[in-house]
Design a protein around this ligand. Sequence first.
Ligand code: PLP
Length: 327
Amino acid sequence: MYGDRMGFWPCREAIAEYLTAVRGVRCEAAQVIIVNGAQQGLELSARALLDPGDHVWIEEPGYPGAVQAFRGVTDNLMPVPIDDNGLDVKEGIRRCPEARAAFITPSHQFPMGMTMTTGRRMMLVDWAFRNNAWIVEDDYDSEYDFRRRPIAAVQGLDTNARVIYIGTFSKVLFPSLRIGYLVVPSDLTSAFCRVRQASDVSHSTLEQAVLAEFIREGHLAGHIRRMRMLYMERNHMLVAAIEEQLGASVKIVAQAGMHLICLLPAGIDDTIVWQEAVKAGIASWPLSICYQRKPDQGGLILGYGGVDRKQIKEGVKKLAAVVRECL
Ligand SMILES: Cc1ncc(COP(=O)(O)O)c(C=O)c1O
């Protein structure tokens, strides 16, 4: 038989229990849909919630994968600035009060890393309720906050069923697993099932069965505890290496997660630095790809999830030579 379009029931149950206990998400297993990564969750959300021409708030800078998914349905993406408190909700309302949806990464903003404050979260939830708008919450790597216990999801604050919550195992396990999940309001499950049926019918059952046991037997929680320590160590090591090699010529934005931002001096084109870095064997992304409008300051997004101590030291040396050349 084909698998259930919404996913393998024991896996949905395990995810619902995990999200309730760890992320403060209010949900039943019946609201959980297993998808092929957060990216498919974004694409299904765009297709289930939006009509062509609808306006969507996108964090600026924000996640390019979300921009791609929403552009599949509408061209009206409204960049809304972020500051130290996360998405500037007042500015979003000023620029585009009639938006049909807002895309946010509140636990750990992508790419800049700040956490959205409770005040901003409440303001957003209130705006969504008053305007019949949707909040698409991408909680992609909340588990890796090194500073404190991660703060609960916006979904759990909202009592009006306006939030579509998206999570992924790409960060807590590994990205080629391609397992993510959506938690959708109960009255939207059939709309999501329809778009899912037209997409890929369902996720492979075999991996879901293994994942369900992995979570149930406590391995996921233990793995996250170990990896949190490892990534924190790599984060500190990368920061120290960049400071040693590049000093005051760059500014580091490193709060949590599995990547940091190395801001370049204003006026330097980050795509050129990025291309030169690629030639030197350093994988990174230019920060400017996260902007819809031209940024004042460029930078490099450096992931450290998959690099060890030795690679960090050697890589930063090469990167420093490239950056110095470009300054
Ligand atoms: C903001 C954001 N959302 C989601 C993801 C993960 O997407 P997926 O689950 O499709 O691998 C990433 C990966 O880098 C991300 O940065």
